[in-house]
Design a protein around this ligand. Structure first.
Ligand code: ADE
Ligand code: ZN
Ligand code: ZN
Length: 276
């Protein structure tokens, strides 16, 4: 997702933390003078494109997604993530560090930032799919309501932020800058649509126990939605403009995925920070 998507997921989760998890998260965030999860939600996107000698972490660029070709029905670790440097393997690793009360607060804060971010990314359908080696749609250039964002509009960015920004009338400024109050507004709107039954259903796989198994399920859900909707509903003629029809099909799915990511992030944090 883009900065609004990640902030919305963080804001939905923030409201669903237990007092215990809330307190533990606040203590970790305070190490960097932050107060709320949304303030760190996009940090992993700021370090990947910075060289190592300048303090960046290019090796983490692959942690945000997993390329599962659309010809496959589901994730297979040996085939799709042989080096274990993809979102499906990194997310449970970071959750373990966050849950480790013997790890240093600094390390746990870094893990918290990754968990908030990757819980969002794994729910973005195109972060768990590729077609014809298109890098999750990054190679599919298109226009959206006639706009090509100076050549930067592509299928992936449309799902990360193009449709959200269009539908919620949001605007991303330079250096990922957003209006936190607008993200919160959108999170409150989506949060109010979530019924208790839905929320409980969405965390069933987590409640069943194994975090890695649950993570695989979330990636598989994303992959299915990429096949059926993100790619499936795309006009077949290359370079066609994408607009109203595609938005009407995809925006409900995007909202659902942001809601699920937020509810599940809260559940993960409530467990990981429950022993502090
Ligand atoms: N780069 C390569 N594949 C990608 C994907 N599925 N999502 C985001 N970035 C990618
Ligand atoms: Zn993305
Ligand atoms: Zn990301």
């Amino acid at each position: 997702w883009g900065p609004y998507g990640h902030a919305i997921v963080a804001d939905i989760a923030q409201e669903r933390l237990t007092p215990q998890a809330q307190k533990a998260a606040t203590a970790l965030l305070a190490l960097e003078n932050h107060q709320t999860l949304d303030q760190v939600a996009s940090w992993p996107d700021t370090i990947g494109h910075v060289p190592k000698k300048k303090g960046g972490a290019p090796e983490t660029l692959k942690w945000h997604y997993v390329d599962i070709d659309v010809s496959h029905p589901a994730y297979d670790q040996a085939r799709d993530c042989p080096d274990r440097a993809c979102v499906v393997e990194k997310l449970p690793e970071e959750i373990s560090v966050l849950a480790d009360t013997h790890a240093s607060p600094q390390d746990r804060l870094v893990a918290l930032k990754w968990v908030v971010h990757l819980m969002g990314d794994i729910h973005q359908p195109l972060h768990a799919a590729e077609r014809n080696k298109d890098m999750g749609g990054n190679a599919i250039h298109l226009t959206y309501f006639g706009n090509n964002a100076n050549g930067h509009m592509n299928l992936h960015s449309l799902w990360d932020e193009g449709v959200i920004d269009h539908e919620a009338n949001l605007h991303v400024g330079p250096f990922y800058s957003i209006e936190p109050a607008r993200a919160k507004q959108e999170a409150d709107r989506l949060g109010a649509l979530i019924t208790p039954d839905e929320a409980q259903y969405w965390v069933q796989d987590l409640a069943a126990g194994d975090v890695h198994d649950a993570t695989v399920n979330w990636a598989d859900e994303s992959h299915s939605l990429a096949r059926s909707v993100a790619y499936g509903a795309l006009p077949a003629n290359k370079g066609a403009d994408v607009g109203k029809a595609y938005t009407e099909l995809t925006w409900p799915i995007m909202q659902l995925r942001l809601e699920q990511a937020g509810v599940r992030l809260a559940a993960v944090l409530n467990t990981a920070l429950g022993n502090d």
